[in-house]
Every structure is written in C-alpha cells, then in structure tokens.
Design a protein around this ligand. Structure first.
Ligand SMILES: Cc1cc2nc3c(=O)[nH]c(=O)nc-3n(C[C@H](O)[C@H](O)[C@H](O)COP(=O)(O)OP(=O)(O)OC[C@H]3O[C@@H](n4cnc5c(N)ncnc54)[C@H](O)[C@@H]3O)c2cc1C
Length: 454
C-alpha cells in the first residue's frame, strides 16, 4: 500500500493516523483529529466502488431516512444532539445548516448535507484523502506508531470483514440484525402485566402482557395489515429462515401466534386468576433491568406501525419503543468482547472502531462513537487519560453499553434513556424528569470537556 502522509504537525513525526470509511463516524473522527493538528489519512472506496446501498459520490451519505430524529432536549436523541454540539461535531453542524421543516425532528436536505460535509473534509489541509478499498487491517497497522480507526459501517466490504474476523475470531462479528422492539420497564402498566415464567412458579423472570380474545382480535387485524419496510434486494428473506418476522408468522393463520410466541401455556394471570387468551412476554435486556425486549417479535414493520401496535396491548399502550425491531444487513462487532469503553481494541491499543460497526445504531450514535474513538485515539497517542463521558450523558451511556457484557447476545443500541444512569429520585412528571436528565448530562459534560481539554 502506498502510504501518503505520515507527518504530524504537533509533536511526533513518526505518528501515522488512519481512518477507514468517510461515512458519519469516519468524517467526524477525521475532522476531530485534523482539527487537533494531526495529519490523518481518510480511506474511502467511493467513488471507485460502492456498497450495495450507497449511491452518491459524496461522503456521509444518508442511505435511508433523511431524519436525525427528535431535537427536543427532553428526548434522548435531542440530548445527544446538544452533547455533540458542545464537543464541536462537524456532522451536527452540517445537519443544522441543511435543516428542512419537520416539526420537532431534525430532517435535512440529504444531498446538500453530504456536499457540505464532503467540502469540509476535502478542504481540510490536515486530511489526506486516500480513495481505495481497504482489504485488511494489516495494511494499516504497520508499526507501533500507526493508529487506525475503522469506521467502515454496517455494509463493510467482505474482504475487510474477513480480515476483521480473522483478527478477532469468527464468533465476534455479526452480519445481520433480527431485533425485536425493546421497551422501558417503568412505562409498562402492571395493572395488566405480571411477572412469571412459563416453566416454574418460582421463577418470575418474564413480564407477561395478557390479551383477551377481544384484544387479540384487534391486535391481530392490525398486525396482518400493517405496513412493512421494503427490503433492499441484498436483504431478502433467505438469511432469515430461522428467525421469522412476527407479521409473516401471523399471516400464516389466526392462531399461529397463539401457538407460537404468544402462547399462554404455563401461565396463570394473577389479576384474573385465570388463563389468558394470548400473552406477549418481555425478557430482561440489560443488567439494570431498565429495558425489556418483546420475545419472538423480530419484525419488519415500519417504525410508526410498531409503535401503533403497542396501542393494542393493554400493558404496553403507554410505552414508547426504545429500540425498534429491525431485520437487515448489519455488520457489527461483539463489542463487549472486543472493545473497551474508549472504542479501542482490547487486544491492540493502536486500533479503534467507530460507527455502526461498534454496535451503536443510527446516524447520530454512529457519529458520536466516531467522535469518542477519535478523542481517545488522540489521548492514547499523547499518553493522556482516556475519556469516559459516564452514563450520565448519552454519549457515555453508549460507551458503556458497547463495552458491558450483555445478559444474552450483544445487540445494537440507539440513544435512549434506558441505558443512562437513572436519576437519584423518581420524578413522575415525564417532561420534568427528562429535563433533569438533560441538566445533569450537560453539567457533567461541560466539566469533562474542560477537565480533559477536549
Ligand atoms: C439499508 C440500511 C438502511 C439504514 N437506514 C437508516 C436510517 O434510516 N436511519 C438511521 O439512523 N440509520 C440507518 N441505517 C444505519 C446507518 O447505516 C448508520 O446509522 C450510519 O450510516 C452508520 O454510519 P457509519 O459511519 O458507521 O457507516 P456508513 O455511513 O455506512 O459509512 C461507511 C463508509 O465506509 C465505506 N467503506 C466500507 N467498506 C470500506 C472499505 N473496505 N474500504 C474503504 N471504505 C469502505 C463506505 O463506502 C461508507 O462510505 C441503515 C443501515 C442500512 C444498512
């Protein structure tokens, strides 16, 4: 491989920093490093080659929705925006510069957004663009003074994925998401729900959400007619044979769910002292038991349809979905095994990962992880303490999420309050409660920014 820039303006002429992928995470990372005075090689294969979803020659392509979600400071995604602004995020600046009217959401003109990011990156004198497909980690790790941040995204090319797998082990890289929606414990209505397990009266591990026949009829009719996401060609069904979307199962017949994931077998409802007609079970999703997932509910319903479906389940009618169900191609690491909370490989301090490949989910969490990886890469180079933003902030709770061993399989996660440290006291008014989360987060963040000179 031809190495283009090894110079560093600040303190060490031997240091070489590489970033792979000029998506959201990679551009954010390269921009941060360059603005700290270092020369950074940004490897991007576009426009020579494209993944199966990317089409534009510009960087930071938003391959699906043009929305960065809620702006309100009383939502976790809104708070994440405020945190990123305070750390000087290039992506968020360009997003606001290209904002379109979309109520409380930050929607952008995707083409102009990408053009602005691309211009900023290409005109930064410290960023050296290398247009090529990276095929192996070894190409980029030549000695102890070479640092690499891999931000090649959910559609990382096969050869690079193979190389990552041979470095970390076959079982530590996943290729598909088949995720059921997750919910916040304190929004579940226990006037309907109850804790019990099918197979043991002692075991209370599951939350059971009962449906009467009348409830089930309404639920079923909505489910079989609800809109689903159109899969891209490369995501079509073959890969999901063993893991059927709940709506596909439902379409096989009225009772198929009642004999499958919604079977009421082994459960007696303590509110009615009788068997339920159908039951949706929720399984604990994090150690704090603040998040639960819907067992057997992997789905391709659109996000608004998933949210609407909850209205037909009495125990869940007030829940806001934390992480929506998806079934799509997504290359991501088993990060708790591979990375520490600084997005740095446990087995190689010179290699960092950023973006969706680390198991964060969505445009902004990907941006945030690229930024955190870059901040900590610079700390590593300078021999300074690395930065844990702490779970009082959204950024820090993503750091902690990807580095904490899960109860079961590690699954990608977006920004939400369920992964943050709860407030010391329970505030019943939701707006007040989320204002408190924001206040706490921004105070903690300001101190960290100043203490660590970010
Ligand atoms: C089909 C699909 C739809 C999605 N829809 C949404 C959505 O609506 N909203 C949302 O928030 N998130 C969505 N996501 C997730 C979304 O991809 C991420 O949130 C975000 O793009 C991740 O940013 P990233 O920087 O990690 O990766 P990307 O933005 O994908 O950037 C990765 C970059 O790396 C480059 N690259 C890959 N391999 C190599 C290589 N070997 N050498 C050199 N360059 C390479 C790619 O060309 C690309 O430019 C979707 C994902 C998929 C797969």
């Amino acid at each position: 491989m031809e190495r283009v820039a090894k110079k560093i303006k600040i303190n060490d002429s031997n240091i070489c920093i590489n970033v792979v992928g000029a998506g959201l995470a990679g551009c954010e990372a390269a921009n941060y490093i360059a603005n700290k005075g270092y020369i950074v090689n940004l490897f991007e294969m576009k426009p020579q080659e494209f993944t199966r979803a990317h089409k534009s020659t510009d960087y930071c392509e938003l391959i699906c929705s043009n929305s960065f979600k809620n702006k309100s400071i009383t939502s976790a995604t809104g708070l994440l925006k405020q945190e990123l602004i305070r750390i000087g995020s290039l992506i968020l600046k360009c997003a606001y510069d290209n904002e379109l009217p979309a109520g409380s959401a930050l929607a952008v003109d995707r083409d102009n957004f990408s053009k602005q990011v691309t211009y900023s990156i290409k005109s930064n004198p410290n960023i050296n663009i290398v247009t090529k497909r990276v095929n192996s980690i070894d190409e980029l790790i030549v000695n102890d003074s070479t640092y690499t941040i891999i931000c090649s995204g959910p559609l990382t090319t096969d050869n690079l994925a193979d190389s990552i797998m041979s470095t970390i082990g076959d079982n530590n890289l996943y290729f598909y998401d088949a995720i059921a929606p997750t919910l916040q414990f304190d929004e579940i209505d226990f006037n309907y729900a109850y804790m019990a397990s099918r197979y043991s009266s002692e075991d209370k591990s599951y939350i059971n959400c009962p449906l009467t026949k009348e409830d089930y009829d309404k639920f079923y009719n909505f489910l079989v007619s609800a809109e689903t996401v159109k899969l891209k060609k490369f995501e079509e069904q073959k890969v999901f044979e063993g893991c059927m979307p709940v709506e596909v199962l439902a379409k096989r017949g009225y009772d198929s769910l009642r004999y499958g994931p919604m079977k009421p077998v082994g459960l007696t409802n303590p509110h009615t002292n009788s068997k339920d007609y159908a039951v949706i079970q929720l399984r604990q999703d994090n150690l704090k038991a603040s998040i639960y997932n819907m067992v057997g509910f992997q789905t391709n319903l659109t996000f608004p349809m998933q949210q609407q479906l909850l209205k037909y389940i009495p125990a869940l009618k007030n829940c806001k979905i934390l992480r929506f169900g998806v079934m799509h191609r997504n290359t991501y690491l088993d990060s708790p095994n591979i990375l520490n909370k600084f997005f740095q490989m446990k087995s190689n301090k010179n290699v960092f990962f950023g973006g969706q490949i680390t198991g964060v989910e969505g445009y902004l969490p990907s941006t945030a992880s690229g930024l955190v990886a870059a901040i900590n890469c610079i700390k590593e180079i300078r021999g300074k303490n690395k930065v844990d933003f702490s779970s009082s902030t959204v950024i820090g709770s993503l750091q902690n999420y990807i580095s904490t061993p899960p109860i079961k399989k590690f699954l990608p996660m977006n920004a939400n309050y369920g992964i943050m440290t709860p407030l010391p006291e329970n505030i019943r008014n939701k707006t007040k409660k989320y204002e408190e989360y924001s206040k706490r987060s921004l105070e903690v963040l300001e101190k960290i920014i100043s203490d660590y000179e970010i």
